[in-house]
Design a protein around this ligand. Sequence first.
Ligand code: UDP
Ligand code: MG
Length: 314
Amino acid sequence: MKKISLVVPCYNEQEVIEIFYAEISKVKREFKNVVFEIIFVNDGSKDNTLNLMRKLSKNKDVRYLSFSRNFGKEAAMYAGLEASTGDYVAIMDADLQDPPFLLKEMYDILETGEYDSVATRRVSRKGEPIIRSFFARMYYKLINKISKTEIVDGARDFRLMTRQMVNSVLSLKEYNRFSKGIFSWVGYRTKWLEYENVERVAGTTKWSFFKLFLYSLESIVAFSTVPLSIASVMGILFCFIAFILIILIIVRTLVYGDPTSGWPSTVCIMFFIGGIQLLCLGIMGQYLSKTYLEVKKRPIYIVAETEKDTKDVK
Ligand code: UDP
Ligand code: MG
């Protein structure tokens, strides 16, 4: 008997959580000699999600963890992986954007023993705002240029992993988590499955453009130190320019005398250099703040309630 754990982060998913469970129950029938463990992680939902989880946990294949507040999807995934006990573990969104029918194929591939993980990427972004797709593409181009860890364009967090790989992922205990990078960083043999983008069955996306933008900055800080060298490169460049200008001015003064002029250009240059300095300081600040959060060693999440609590009550 093999055991598959499904980790499902949920934040305000009251519209979809029951549909999700029904779909999984359908898919389960295709498996032979496999038991399932579905771990819902309630990431501080403000709607009825937790109550639905309590209800679903009456089924013996359902477990849940409920956070004391919203800690973000990364924390929810980490908590779910930590709680999982299966031989294989998959992370899935609650909104069915990660097609459950792929699970069987993923499982069969891992059973051959040739791979340690089967990951998914969507080849299209249909149904997504155009500006969002555009910035997403730009982001993937940039991060892959400046980071040694490969971040695959369109990669989903949906993947089935062996216990060994899950343990490796869990051994990275950093506070600022970026799973797409972490999965790639730990290595192992990964098979990629591709599929067309699926729109969520109900409810709305939990990621605003601004939230995604901040997440992308975090991932850059987490997986690249190239921005830190911007200051040095610009410093060298500016010294070089200044050196040439000094020579030019000395020559000009020797040839034409020294008429006082050109203060507007001086002001422009001051603003420009001042701006660059603030930018570099800001970049340093980003890394410093992340370092600050890491050294505090705060827990990644806090659990307020699990399925054990409801089972005790009964
Ligand atoms: N999610 C979460 N915590 C958050 C935001 C999202 O656990 O702070 C979950 C959400 O419930 C869903 C998954 O992460 O199961 C993906 O979120 P969503 O579908 O809103 O993102 P999108 O698919 O639009 O990128
Ligand atoms: Mg979604």
